[in-house]
Design a protein around this ligand. Structure first.
Ligand SMILES: CC[C@H](C(=O)O)C(=O)SCCNC(=O)CCNC(=O)[C@H](O)C(C)(C)COP(=O)(O)OP(=O)(O)OC[C@H]1O[C@@H](n2cnc3c(N)ncnc32)[C@H](O)[C@@H]1OP(=O)(O)O
Ligand code: CO
Length: 134
């Protein structure tokens, strides 16, 4: 079911400062900020060639990462995104196995313009998983 690693996401309190660490200190290519109001975050991507790092900060009052940052004020690893070729088939297989799909279970369009879903961290080794259909 799982394809390539698409991105590892790091939640941060200050996206500008985090982007500067990757751009200047780590001399990496960093995309411009991309507000995603439907997801309650603003993101940038660090392109590594074989995968990406997503840096994300809260956007708006009800950001789903606000509680994470309250627990981790300096930021931290937030989720890992795997590619799948059929997100509905993947969802249905996971639900049939008793896994929890977050939200209403319907894929939403993510930062790359592709359908994404999130799986509950408690079902997957304490790690929040994002699936992205490619
Ligand atoms: C889609 C656009 C973009 C893209 O790549 O294209 C993005 O990736 S946007 C990313 C931001 N959106 C999301 O994260 C949506 C899915 N996330 C959620 O629905 C929530 O964050 C949720 C339900 C995972 C956690 O909610 P909350 O932080 O309010 O905490 P809870 O008390 O409900 O957490 C229950 C339990 O899980 C632990 N937890 C929470 N977040 C994480 C995490 N990122 N990694 C691992 N574990 C996590 C939390 O500590 C609680 O554990 P407990 O032992 O019960 O204290
Ligand atoms: Co993501």
């Amino acid at each position: 079911m799982l394809g390539r690693l698409n991105h590892v996401a790091i939640a941060v309190p200050d996206l500008g400062a985090a982007a500067a660490v990757y751009r200047d200190t780590l001399a990496a290519g960093v995309s411009p900020p991309q507000p995603l109001p439907a997801h309650g975050v603003t993101v940038v991507f660090v392109d590594l060639g074989n995968a990406k790092v997503e840096l994300l900060e809260p956007l708006g009052e009800d950001s789903p990462i606000a509680a994470f940052l309250a627990r981790n004020p300096a930021g931290g690893m937030h989720h890992i995104c795997y590619e799948v070729d059929d997100i509905l088939a993947a969802r249905d297989r996971l639900l049939a196995q008793g896994a929890r799909v977050l939200g209403d279970g319907e894929p939403k369009i993510g930062a790359h313009g592709k359908p994404v879903l999130f799986l509950h961290p408690k079902d997957f080794c304490g790690t929040l998983i994002e699936l992205e259909q490619v």
